[in-house]
Design a protein around this ligand. Structure first.
Ligand code: FMN
Length: 323
């Protein structure tokens, strides 16, 4: 989670028994060096680094992870090349890749991916079109025995985590649930927006013309998301009136959100910034420490396991019975 998943939150998650992942976003290499060092100063536990595949200095960022002896590198934001995967593995780290479909999961494993993240459309931030539950059913039975698969998107409670583990997942990845951690750097206004929001407020960015594609992003609706519709309409009209070529129009649409996540997370501009959030935002009800968030999730999973040991009520053809 760019801007959110920085040293403080990552170290707190690893210290609390989770596995924190630093989001490098658009950081230049020297900033990543500093962020990794700062995180190491806060935790002795392992943590990973998330790199965006379209970063122009991806190779250098991978090398930074190598020098810093990072053992888990997540290649996100598009399909990584096999060269990028090999570069990660060359220094002994595990390469973890996002697989948005079964066919791509197989391709990534053939290319050397050591583990996969399957992230459904319920998640916050940039998303694919398929829901977590469907991705899990398509990918876990085939891939779960080959490589560790982590399920992400829409997970807010331990019962859901347990169900994916029972389906063959190696673990789960949560983003939205940690935004309101005390240790999270996000601006108080950003956190307040999360605490107030319900699942239906976390909506996907709308594209109004297929000729001008918009990358789907799930975020809380605000004045910025409304204005984005107007900007698309205005720019597309200019293109149709011949006042702007298609490339310039597309760039203008893409630039609308440039820097918008930072504006919301760091500056607290919750009206015009991007409030990236998953549908699990409805389960974020208060600020909590990372430790208590993780403890809650584990307790919910354990309670669900205990409940499974109790006699099950079976409903079949209108007959209820206890077995
Ligand atoms: C504010 C925000 C920023 C995010 N930024 C990134 C990112 O930079 N790289 C990435 O791989 N995923 C990013 N994600 C997705 C998370 O890594 C994670 O997969 C997702 O939040 C899981 O779904 P959930 O939000 O339902 O918990 C972001 C999510 C949020 C909420």
């Amino acid at each position: 989670m760019s801007w959110v998943s920085e040293r403080g939150l990552v170290a707190a998650i690893s210290n609390a028994g989770g596995f924190g992942v630093l989001a490098s976003g658009s950081m230049p290499p020297e900033m990543l060096v500093a962020e990794i060092e700062a995180t190491k100063a806060l935790t002795d536990r392992p943590f990973g680094v998330n790199l965006i595949t379209m970063h122009p200095q991806l190779d250098t960022l991978i090398d930074v992870c190598g020098v810093a002896q990072i053992e888990h590198v997540v290649l996100a934001g598009g399909l990584p090349t096999s060269a990028a995967i090999k570069r990660v593995k060359a220094f002994g780290a595990k390469a973890i890749c996002f697989a948005p479909a079964l066919v791509l999961a197989k391709k990534l494993v053939r290319a050397g991916a050591d583990a996969l993240v399957i992230e459904g459309a319920e998640a916050g931030g940039h998303i694919g079109p398929v829901s977590t539950s469907v991705l899990a059913q398509e990918i876990l039975p085939e891939m779960g025995s080959q490589v560790p698969v982590f399920v992400a998107g829409g997970i807010g409670r331990g019962e859901a985590m347990l169900s994916y583990l029972e389906m063959g997942a190696a673990g789960v990845q949560l983003g939205t649930r940690f935004v309101c951690a005390h240790e999270c750097i996000a601006h108080p206004r950003f956190k307040r927006a999360f605490i107030r929001a319900s699942a239906r407020d976390a909506v996907v960015s709308v594209q109004i013309d297929p000729e001008f594609p918009v990358i789907p992003v799930r975020a809380l609706s605000n004045a910025g998301t409304e204005r984005f519709m107007d900007v698309q309409r205005e720019v597309i009209e200019k293109f149709h009136r011949g006042e702007m070529d298609q490339k310039t129009a597309q760039l203008e649409i893409e630039h609308f959100w440039a820097g918008a996540l930072r504006r919301a997370v760091i500056d607290g501009d919750v009206e015009n910034g991007s409030l990236m959030a998953g549908q699990s935002v409805g389960m974020v009800r208060s600020e909590q420490s990372v430790q208590s968030i993780i403890d809650d999730i584990i307790a919910q999973a354990l309670d669900a396991l205990d409940a499974r040991k109790a006699p099950a009520v079976v409903m079949s053809e209108g007959v209820q019975g206890v077995v």
